[in-house]
Design a protein around this ligand. Sequence first.
Ligand code: NCD
Length: 310
Amino acid sequence: MFKKRHLLSMREFSREEMDSVLETAASLEPFARGKRSDMLSGKILALLFFEPSTRTRMSFETAMKRLGGSTINLGSAEASSIAKGESLADTVRVVGGYADAIVIRHPKEGSARLAAEFSPVPVLNAGDGAGHHPTQTLLDLYTIKKERHLEGISIALVGDLKYGRTVHSLAYALSLYGAEITLISPPTLRMPDQIKSDLSSRGTIVREASDLGEVMGSIDVLYVTRIQKERFPDPVEYNKVAKSYRITPESLQQMNQGLIVMHPLPRVDEISPEVDMTSHAVYFKQSFYGVPVRMALLKMMLEDEGGQEQ
Ligand code: NCD
C-alpha cells in the first residue's frame, strides 16, 4: 500500500489507508515501548529538517531505531552544502542515494512535493510551511481512536487555523470519519477558504465560531494549536492575536466530562499547566503515540517482502 510511495498530504489518503496505518501502529506499540525488533535492520532514514523540531524529528529517529534501522541527519542547514547555495532538488537527489526514505521539514509550502519530484526514494512530509503535516495527523487520529473513538466525533479546532499545518491535515482526515468540525480562531487566522470548501464538498459539517463558549458541552475533542509566530509577515499582527486563547481548568468546567484536550505541541500559553493534571489532558500521550504511528509508516514503506535479506 505504501511501498515506494511519497507521503505528502492527507488529501490523497483514503479511509482504508488511514485505518491500516492505525491498525499497524497498534500492533507495534509494544516495540515503541522497548520490545526489541530488527524489522528494519539495514534500512536508513534521512532526516532533513530546515525548521526547528523536537517531537517529529526525535520520534522518527526513535521509531527507526527501535525497529532496528538507523538514521542520517543533515544537521543544521548552515553546516551542510545548503550554506554553499545547493538547491533542495540537488540535496534530495544526493541524499536519496544514501537513504531508503527521506523525512523533510521545510518553511516553504510545497517543498515536500518539490523534493518528491527529485527524490529516488519515498519522501515523507514532516511539515511544509503552513501547508500540511500528514504524519502528525495520523498520530492525532491514533490518539482520538485510543482515547475516545473515531467515528462521528464532534471536534473543535482552536487557534491558528490559517498558518497551522496540523489542523489543515487533520481536517481533511476527519472528513472521512464523519466528524462535525467547529473552527474557532481570531478573525484574521481563519481556516483557508479552499480547505473549508473541500470539507463541505466531502459532506462534512463545518461551523465557525470566535469563542470557545459557543461550543461548550457539545464537543468530544478540543484540539488546541499554537499561534504560528514564525509565519507572520508582520510582528505587530502577531502581537494583536498572541494571547487570544487560554485553556484553563475553569474553562473546561462547562465542557463534557469525557472531553479530551489535544495539542500537537509545543505549547506557548494556550493551555495552562494546571490543565495537565486533569483527566482531559492527553497531549503528552499524543506525542508518545508519534512513535508507534511513525513505526507503522516506516514498516509499511520500507520492510522487505518476506523478511530481511541476509
Ligand atoms: C507542530 C508543527 O511543527 O507544525 N509541531 C509538531 O510537529 N508537533 C505544531 C507547531 O509547531 O505549533
